[in-house]
Design a protein around this ligand. Structure first.
Ligand SMILES: [Zn+2]
Length: 442
Protein backbone atom coordinates (compact mmCIF):
# COMPACT_ATOMS: atom_id res chain seq x y z
CA UNK A 1 0.00 0.00 0.00
CA UNK A 2 1.35 3.40 -1.04
CA UNK A 3 -0.10 6.72 0.16
CA UNK A 4 0.97 10.28 -0.67
CA UNK A 5 0.31 13.27 1.60
CA UNK A 6 0.86 16.50 -0.31
CA UNK A 7 0.92 20.24 0.44
CA UNK A 8 1.65 19.76 4.14
CA UNK A 9 3.45 22.03 6.57
CA UNK A 10 5.74 19.27 7.86
CA UNK A 11 7.38 19.54 11.26
CA UNK A 12 9.61 16.51 11.40
CA UNK A 13 10.83 16.77 15.04
CA UNK A 14 14.13 15.22 13.84
CA UNK A 15 17.48 16.15 15.40
CA UNK A 16 17.72 19.39 13.41
CA UNK A 17 14.01 20.21 13.85
CA UNK A 18 13.67 20.25 10.06
CA UNK A 19 10.52 21.95 8.83
CA UNK A 20 9.22 21.81 5.26
CA UNK A 21 6.56 24.47 4.82
CA UNK A 22 5.06 23.01 1.67
CA UNK A 23 6.08 19.40 1.61
CA UNK A 24 5.02 15.87 0.80
CA UNK A 25 5.59 12.44 2.20
CA UNK A 26 5.13 8.99 0.73
CA UNK A 27 4.01 6.18 3.03
CA UNK A 28 4.82 2.67 1.88
CA UNK A 29 3.07 -0.02 3.92
CA UNK A 30 3.89 0.76 7.57
CA UNK A 31 6.83 3.10 6.93
CA UNK A 32 7.73 6.57 5.73
CA UNK A 33 9.40 6.05 2.33
CA UNK A 34 10.03 9.62 1.12
CA UNK A 35 9.91 13.17 2.46
CA UNK A 36 10.47 16.28 0.37
CA UNK A 37 9.53 19.73 -0.80
CA UNK A 38 6.52 19.98 -3.15
CA UNK A 39 8.83 21.70 -5.66
CA UNK A 40 10.64 18.42 -6.07
CA UNK A 41 7.56 16.20 -6.04
CA UNK A 42 7.38 13.75 -8.89
CA UNK A 43 4.06 12.12 -9.61
CA UNK A 44 4.01 8.51 -8.60
CA UNK A 45 1.47 5.75 -8.62
CA UNK A 46 -0.18 5.60 -5.21
CA UNK A 47 -3.35 3.97 -3.90
CA UNK A 48 -4.39 7.08 -2.03
CA UNK A 49 -3.53 10.74 -2.18
CA UNK A 50 -4.31 13.19 0.61
CA UNK A 51 -4.14 16.93 -0.03
CA UNK A 52 -3.22 18.47 3.33
CA UNK A 53 -3.90 21.91 1.87
CA UNK A 54 -1.41 23.67 4.13
CA UNK A 55 -2.31 21.80 7.32
CA UNK A 56 0.38 20.73 9.78
CA UNK A 57 1.82 17.23 9.46
CA UNK A 58 3.55 16.08 12.65
CA UNK A 59 4.61 12.80 14.27
CA UNK A 60 1.98 10.94 16.32
CA UNK A 61 2.18 11.79 20.02
CA UNK A 62 3.43 9.45 22.76
CA UNK A 63 1.55 9.33 26.08
CA UNK A 64 4.12 7.82 28.44
CA UNK A 65 1.88 7.10 31.44
CA UNK A 66 -1.78 6.20 31.65
CA UNK A 67 -4.38 3.69 32.84
CA UNK A 68 -6.88 3.86 29.99
CA UNK A 69 -9.37 1.37 31.39
CA UNK A 70 -10.16 3.78 34.23
CA UNK A 71 -12.61 5.62 31.97
CA UNK A 72 -15.58 4.62 34.23
CA UNK A 73 -13.99 6.61 37.10
CA UNK A 74 -13.80 9.88 35.19
CA UNK A 75 -15.45 12.77 37.06
CA UNK A 76 -16.04 10.64 40.15
CA UNK A 77 -14.92 12.18 43.45
CA UNK A 78 -12.67 14.62 41.62
CA UNK A 79 -12.51 17.09 44.50
CA UNK A 80 -12.26 14.51 47.29
CA UNK A 81 -9.12 14.24 49.47
CA UNK A 82 -7.10 11.00 49.20
CA UNK A 83 -9.35 9.82 46.42
CA UNK A 84 -7.02 6.97 45.49
CA UNK A 85 -7.46 5.08 48.76
CA UNK A 86 -11.04 6.15 49.45
CA UNK A 87 -12.63 5.83 46.00
CA UNK A 88 -10.42 4.13 43.48
CA UNK A 89 -8.90 1.14 45.30
CA UNK A 90 -12.21 -0.08 46.85
CA UNK A 91 -14.25 0.42 43.67
CA UNK A 92 -11.61 -1.27 41.53
CA UNK A 93 -11.68 -4.26 43.83
CA UNK A 94 -15.44 -4.44 43.81
CA UNK A 95 -16.37 -3.63 40.22
CA UNK A 96 -13.55 -4.06 37.73
CA UNK A 97 -14.09 -7.07 35.51
CA UNK A 98 -12.37 -8.32 32.38
CA UNK A 99 -15.22 -7.04 30.20
CA UNK A 100 -15.27 -3.62 31.82
CA UNK A 101 -11.50 -3.27 31.34
CA UNK A 102 -11.80 -4.34 27.70
CA UNK A 103 -14.72 -2.07 26.83
CA UNK A 104 -13.26 0.90 28.68
CA UNK A 105 -9.95 0.41 26.87
CA UNK A 106 -11.73 0.45 23.52
CA UNK A 107 -13.51 3.67 24.41
CA UNK A 108 -10.26 5.27 25.59
CA UNK A 109 -8.39 4.25 22.44
CA UNK A 110 -11.00 6.10 20.38
CA UNK A 111 -10.40 9.20 22.49
CA UNK A 112 -6.63 8.85 22.15
CA UNK A 113 -6.71 8.43 18.38
CA UNK A 114 -9.04 11.37 17.85
CA UNK A 115 -6.56 13.54 19.78
CA UNK A 116 -3.50 12.44 17.80
CA UNK A 117 -1.94 10.11 20.39
CA UNK A 118 -0.56 7.14 18.48
CA UNK A 119 1.43 5.41 21.24
CA UNK A 120 0.60 4.85 24.91
CA UNK A 121 2.30 3.39 27.95
CA UNK A 122 -0.48 1.80 29.98
CA UNK A 123 -0.47 -0.10 33.27
CA UNK A 124 -3.51 -1.66 34.90
CA UNK A 125 -5.25 -4.91 35.89
CA UNK A 126 -6.48 -7.49 33.35
CA UNK A 127 -3.89 -6.02 31.01
CA UNK A 128 -4.56 -8.85 28.53
CA UNK A 129 -7.91 -7.19 27.90
CA UNK A 130 -6.21 -3.86 27.19
CA UNK A 131 -3.92 -5.72 24.76
CA UNK A 132 -6.97 -7.25 23.08
CA UNK A 133 -8.48 -3.78 22.57
CA UNK A 134 -5.16 -2.35 21.31
CA UNK A 135 -4.71 -5.27 18.95
CA UNK A 136 -8.18 -4.76 17.48
CA UNK A 137 -8.22 -0.99 17.16
CA UNK A 138 -4.72 -0.37 15.82
CA UNK A 139 -3.00 2.03 18.25
CA UNK A 140 0.61 1.36 19.31
CA UNK A 141 1.10 0.46 22.97
CA UNK A 142 3.50 -0.49 25.72
CA UNK A 143 1.43 -2.42 28.25
CA UNK A 144 2.14 -3.63 31.75
CA UNK A 145 0.29 -5.66 34.37
CA UNK A 146 0.17 -4.07 37.82
CA UNK A 147 1.87 -5.75 40.78
CA UNK A 148 0.57 -4.67 44.20
CA UNK A 149 0.59 -5.88 47.82
CA UNK A 150 -3.11 -6.74 48.11
CA UNK A 151 -5.66 -8.93 46.35
CA UNK A 152 -7.06 -7.13 43.32
CA UNK A 153 -9.88 -7.40 40.82
CA UNK A 154 -7.79 -9.84 38.78
CA UNK A 155 -6.05 -11.78 41.55
CA UNK A 156 -7.33 -13.28 44.80
CA UNK A 157 -3.92 -12.92 46.41
CA UNK A 158 -1.38 -10.16 46.90
CA UNK A 159 1.26 -9.87 44.16
CA UNK A 160 -0.82 -11.93 41.72
CA UNK A 161 0.42 -9.49 39.07
CA UNK A 162 3.84 -11.16 39.09
CA UNK A 163 2.49 -14.40 37.66
CA UNK A 164 -0.08 -12.69 35.42
CA UNK A 165 2.56 -10.19 34.28
CA UNK A 166 5.11 -12.80 33.28
CA UNK A 167 2.51 -14.78 31.32
CA UNK A 168 1.38 -11.54 29.69
CA UNK A 169 4.95 -10.68 28.65
CA UNK A 170 5.45 -14.13 27.09
CA UNK A 171 2.18 -13.79 25.17
CA UNK A 172 2.94 -10.37 23.62
CA UNK A 173 6.72 -10.15 23.45
CA UNK A 174 6.97 -10.76 19.71
CA UNK A 175 4.13 -8.44 18.72
CA UNK A 176 4.91 -5.61 16.30
CA UNK A 177 2.63 -3.01 17.83
CA UNK A 178 2.43 -4.11 21.46
CA UNK A 179 5.42 -4.12 23.82
CA UNK A 180 4.70 -5.78 27.16
CA UNK A 181 6.30 -4.77 30.45
CA UNK A 182 5.98 -5.31 34.19
CA UNK A 183 4.40 -2.64 36.39
CA UNK A 184 4.88 -2.70 40.17
CA UNK A 185 2.35 -0.11 41.34
CA UNK A 186 4.74 1.92 43.53
CA UNK A 187 7.68 1.32 45.90
CA UNK A 188 5.44 1.72 48.98
CA UNK A 189 2.69 -0.61 47.70
CA UNK A 190 5.11 -3.50 47.13
CA UNK A 191 7.53 -5.27 49.43
CA UNK A 192 11.22 -5.46 48.61
CA UNK A 193 10.93 -9.02 47.36
CA UNK A 194 8.16 -8.17 44.86
CA UNK A 195 10.11 -5.18 43.56
CA UNK A 196 13.22 -7.31 43.07
CA UNK A 197 11.18 -10.05 41.42
CA UNK A 198 9.53 -7.50 39.07
CA UNK A 199 12.95 -6.19 38.14
CA UNK A 200 14.20 -9.73 37.47
CA UNK A 201 11.27 -10.31 35.10
CA UNK A 202 12.05 -7.05 33.30
CA UNK A 203 15.69 -8.09 32.98
CA UNK A 204 14.94 -11.65 31.90
CA UNK A 205 12.71 -10.60 28.99
CA UNK A 206 14.50 -7.29 28.36
CA UNK A 207 11.26 -5.33 28.67
CA UNK A 208 10.61 -2.07 30.54
CA UNK A 209 9.59 -1.86 34.17
CA UNK A 210 7.46 1.10 35.15
CA UNK A 211 6.04 2.34 38.44
CA UNK A 212 4.75 5.42 40.22
CA UNK A 213 7.70 6.86 42.15
CA UNK A 214 8.00 9.75 44.62
CA UNK A 215 4.43 10.76 43.98
CA UNK A 216 2.89 10.68 47.46
CA UNK A 217 3.92 12.53 50.62
CA UNK A 218 3.13 9.40 52.69
CA UNK A 219 5.41 7.39 50.38
CA UNK A 220 8.32 9.70 51.19
CA UNK A 221 7.55 9.56 54.91
CA UNK A 222 7.43 5.75 54.81
CA UNK A 223 10.92 5.38 53.31
CA UNK A 224 12.41 8.12 55.47
CA UNK A 225 11.13 6.45 58.66
CA UNK A 226 11.91 2.88 57.64
CA UNK A 227 15.25 3.23 55.80
CA UNK A 228 16.23 6.89 56.16
CA UNK A 229 16.20 7.05 52.37
CA UNK A 230 14.18 8.64 49.56
CA UNK A 231 12.17 6.20 47.40
CA UNK A 232 14.79 6.58 44.62
CA UNK A 233 17.66 5.88 47.06
CA UNK A 234 15.80 2.85 48.36
CA UNK A 235 15.21 1.52 44.82
CA UNK A 236 18.91 1.95 44.12
CA UNK A 237 19.80 0.03 47.27
CA UNK A 238 17.77 -2.97 46.08
CA UNK A 239 19.11 -2.82 42.52
CA UNK A 240 15.95 -1.67 40.75
CA UNK A 241 17.29 1.49 39.07
CA UNK A 242 18.27 0.85 35.45
CA UNK A 243 17.82 2.13 31.90
CA UNK A 244 14.73 -0.13 31.68
CA UNK A 245 12.92 1.77 34.44
CA UNK A 246 10.23 4.31 33.50
CA UNK A 247 9.51 6.34 36.61
CA UNK A 248 6.10 8.01 36.56
CA UNK A 249 5.53 11.32 38.38
CA UNK A 250 8.79 11.75 40.41
CA UNK A 251 7.36 14.90 41.98
CA UNK A 252 9.59 14.94 45.05
CA UNK A 253 13.25 14.65 44.01
CA UNK A 254 16.38 15.61 45.89
CA UNK A 255 19.59 16.58 44.09
CA UNK A 256 20.94 13.15 44.98
CA UNK A 257 17.84 11.49 43.45
CA UNK A 258 18.49 13.40 40.23
CA UNK A 259 22.14 12.23 40.26
CA UNK A 260 20.96 8.63 40.65
CA UNK A 261 18.36 8.96 37.87
CA UNK A 262 21.13 10.27 35.61
CA UNK A 263 23.63 7.60 36.67
CA UNK A 264 21.26 4.71 35.89
CA UNK A 265 19.66 6.38 32.85
CA UNK A 266 16.16 6.04 34.34
CA UNK A 267 13.43 7.53 32.12
CA UNK A 268 10.75 9.91 33.45
CA UNK A 269 7.03 10.04 32.61
CA UNK A 270 5.93 13.50 33.72
CA UNK A 271 2.20 13.99 34.37
CA UNK A 272 1.74 17.71 34.90
CA UNK A 273 -2.06 17.73 34.64
CA UNK A 274 -2.68 14.96 37.16
CA UNK A 275 -0.01 16.19 39.60
CA UNK A 276 -1.23 19.75 39.74
CA UNK A 277 -4.92 18.82 39.86
CA UNK A 278 -4.26 16.64 42.88
CA UNK A 279 -2.21 19.50 44.41
CA UNK A 280 0.75 17.17 45.00
CA UNK A 281 3.46 19.25 43.41
CA UNK A 282 5.54 19.66 40.27
CA UNK A 283 8.42 17.47 39.13
CA UNK A 284 11.57 19.58 38.70
CA UNK A 285 11.80 18.97 34.95
CA UNK A 286 14.19 21.85 34.24
CA UNK A 287 16.77 20.27 36.56
CA UNK A 288 16.27 16.90 34.84
CA UNK A 289 16.64 18.13 31.27
CA UNK A 290 19.66 20.20 32.28
CA UNK A 291 21.34 16.86 32.98
CA UNK A 292 20.06 15.33 29.72
CA UNK A 293 17.73 12.99 31.56
CA UNK A 294 15.00 11.73 29.23
CA UNK A 295 11.54 13.06 30.07
CA UNK A 296 8.26 12.32 28.29
CA UNK A 297 4.72 13.46 29.01
CA UNK A 298 1.86 11.41 30.38
CA UNK A 299 -1.76 12.10 31.22
CA UNK A 300 -2.09 9.50 33.98
CA UNK A 301 -5.49 7.77 34.04
CA UNK A 302 -8.64 9.47 32.81
CA UNK A 303 -9.79 9.95 36.40
CA UNK A 304 -6.54 11.65 37.44
CA UNK A 305 -6.11 14.07 34.57
CA UNK A 306 -9.59 13.79 32.99
CA UNK A 307 -8.23 13.88 29.44
CA UNK A 308 -5.98 11.46 27.58
CA UNK A 309 -4.66 13.92 25.00
CA UNK A 310 -1.23 15.49 25.09
CA UNK A 311 -2.16 18.88 23.65
CA UNK A 312 -3.82 19.72 26.98
CA UNK A 313 -0.61 18.63 28.73
CA UNK A 314 1.49 20.93 26.50
CA UNK A 315 -0.38 23.97 27.70
CA UNK A 316 -0.35 22.92 31.36
CA UNK A 317 3.35 22.09 31.09
CA UNK A 318 4.15 25.51 29.64
CA UNK A 319 2.11 27.44 32.18
CA UNK A 320 3.30 25.64 35.31
CA UNK A 321 6.97 25.27 34.40
CA UNK A 322 7.32 28.85 33.22
CA UNK A 323 5.62 29.97 36.40
CA UNK A 324 7.72 27.93 38.84
CA UNK A 325 10.91 28.96 37.04
CA UNK A 326 9.67 32.58 37.02
CA UNK A 327 10.84 32.83 33.42
CA UNK A 328 8.63 32.90 30.34
CA UNK A 329 11.53 31.99 28.09
CA UNK A 330 12.21 28.56 29.61
CA UNK A 331 10.85 25.56 27.69
CA UNK A 332 10.10 27.22 24.34
CA UNK A 333 7.14 25.69 22.51
CA UNK A 334 9.29 23.53 20.22
CA UNK A 335 10.95 21.89 23.26
CA UNK A 336 7.54 21.07 24.77
CA UNK A 337 6.43 19.49 21.52
CA UNK A 338 9.59 17.37 21.60
CA UNK A 339 8.60 16.01 25.02
CA UNK A 340 5.30 14.84 23.52
CA UNK A 341 6.89 13.18 20.48
CA UNK A 342 10.56 12.21 20.11
CA UNK A 343 11.45 12.40 23.80
CA UNK A 344 8.42 10.23 24.59
CA UNK A 345 9.71 7.73 22.04
CA UNK A 346 13.07 7.73 23.87
CA UNK A 347 11.32 6.99 27.17
CA UNK A 348 10.18 3.67 25.72
CA UNK A 349 13.41 3.09 23.82
CA UNK A 350 11.66 3.35 20.45
CA UNK A 351 13.26 6.50 19.07
CA UNK A 352 14.61 4.56 16.10
CA UNK A 353 11.06 3.57 15.10
CA UNK A 354 8.74 6.45 16.06
CA UNK A 355 8.64 9.99 17.48
CA UNK A 356 9.78 11.93 14.40
CA UNK A 357 9.10 12.06 10.68
CA UNK A 358 12.13 10.47 9.03
CA UNK A 359 12.58 8.08 6.13
CA UNK A 360 12.49 4.49 7.35
CA UNK A 361 10.53 5.23 10.50
CA UNK A 362 7.03 3.95 11.17
CA UNK A 363 4.27 6.03 9.61
CA UNK A 364 2.66 7.19 12.87
CA UNK A 365 1.45 10.59 11.69
CA UNK A 366 -1.01 13.32 12.54
CA UNK A 367 -2.52 16.08 10.41
CA UNK A 368 -3.63 19.15 12.37
CA UNK A 369 -6.29 21.44 10.92
CA UNK A 370 -4.95 24.97 10.47
CA UNK A 371 -8.30 26.35 9.30
CA UNK A 372 -9.95 26.03 12.72
CA UNK A 373 -10.88 29.35 14.25
CA UNK A 374 -8.31 29.10 17.07
CA UNK A 375 -5.38 28.39 14.76
CA UNK A 376 -4.98 31.78 13.07
CA UNK A 377 -2.62 33.50 12.52
CA UNK A 378 0.37 31.18 12.58
CA UNK A 379 3.63 33.06 12.99
CA UNK A 380 5.20 30.09 14.73
CA UNK A 381 3.88 26.60 14.12
CA UNK A 382 5.18 25.25 17.47
CA UNK A 383 3.58 28.12 19.40
CA UNK A 384 0.26 27.45 17.74
CA UNK A 385 0.41 23.74 18.59
CA UNK A 386 1.41 24.28 22.22
CA UNK A 387 -0.47 27.44 23.22
CA UNK A 388 -3.50 27.68 20.90
CA UNK A 389 -4.39 24.21 19.68
CA UNK A 390 -6.76 21.75 21.30
CA UNK A 391 -7.44 18.09 20.69
CA UNK A 392 -10.37 18.79 18.38
CA UNK A 393 -7.98 20.36 15.85
CA UNK A 394 -6.62 16.89 15.09
CA UNK A 395 -7.95 15.94 11.68
CA UNK A 396 -6.28 12.81 10.35
CA UNK A 397 -4.28 10.10 12.13
CA UNK A 398 -2.09 7.28 10.85
CA UNK A 399 -0.68 4.46 12.96
CA UNK A 400 1.69 1.94 11.41
CA UNK A 401 0.88 3.29 7.95
CA UNK A 402 -2.87 2.80 8.39
CA UNK A 403 -5.22 5.75 8.28
CA UNK A 404 -7.38 5.23 11.39
CA UNK A 405 -8.94 8.71 11.54
CA UNK A 406 -9.70 10.74 8.43
CA UNK A 407 -11.23 14.22 8.59
CA UNK A 408 -12.12 13.59 12.26
CA UNK A 409 -13.98 10.36 11.52
CA UNK A 410 -12.89 6.80 12.14
CA UNK A 411 -12.19 4.85 8.97
CA UNK A 412 -12.79 1.45 10.47
CA UNK A 413 -14.05 1.84 14.04
CA UNK A 414 -17.72 2.02 15.06
CA UNK A 415 -17.43 4.48 17.92
CA UNK A 416 -21.19 4.67 18.60
CA UNK A 417 -21.24 0.92 19.20
CA UNK A 418 -18.16 1.10 21.46
CA UNK A 419 -19.84 3.83 23.49
CA UNK A 420 -23.13 1.94 23.78
CA UNK A 421 -21.30 -1.24 24.81
CA UNK A 422 -19.48 0.63 27.56
CA UNK A 423 -22.65 2.27 28.87
CA UNK A 424 -24.22 -1.20 29.10
CA UNK A 425 -21.21 -2.71 30.82
CA UNK A 426 -21.01 0.16 33.32
CA UNK A 427 -24.52 -0.31 34.78
CA UNK A 428 -23.49 -2.02 38.00
CA UNK A 429 -20.38 0.10 38.36
CA UNK A 430 -22.50 3.24 38.21
CA UNK A 431 -24.77 2.10 41.02
CA UNK A 432 -21.85 1.18 43.27
CA UNK A 433 -20.00 4.38 42.40
CA UNK A 434 -23.01 6.47 43.37
CA UNK A 435 -23.32 4.60 46.67
CA UNK A 436 -19.66 5.25 47.37
CA UNK A 437 -20.10 8.92 46.52
CA UNK A 438 -22.94 9.15 49.04
CA UNK A 439 -20.99 7.33 51.71
CA UNK A 440 -17.89 9.50 51.33
CA UNK A 441 -19.19 12.90 50.40
CA UNK A 442 -22.15 13.20 52.73
ZN1 LIG B 1 -0.63 6.48 37.24
Amino acid sequence: MKIAIKNANIITMDKNMTQIENGYIIIENDKIAKIGDMQDYQEEVVEEEIDANGDILMPGMVNTHTHISMIPFRSLGDDCKDRLRRFLFPLEMECMTEELVYKSAKYAICELLLSGVTTIVDMYYFESEVARAVDELGIRAVLGETVIDFATCDSDKAYGGLEYGEKFIKRWIDNERITPFIAPHAPNTNNTEALIKSNEISKKYNVPISMHISEMDYELKHFREKYDKTPIEYLESIGVLSERLIAAHTIFLTDNDIELIKKYNVKIAHCIGANTKSAKGICPVSKLVEKDIIVGLGTDGPSSGNTLDLITQFKLFANFHKYINKDRSVFPASSILRLGTIEGAKVINKEKEIGSIEVGKKADLVIVDTKSVNMFPMFDVYSVLVYSANASNIKTVFVDGKCLVKDRKFTNIDFDKIREDLIDEMREFKIKAKDKEKEILE
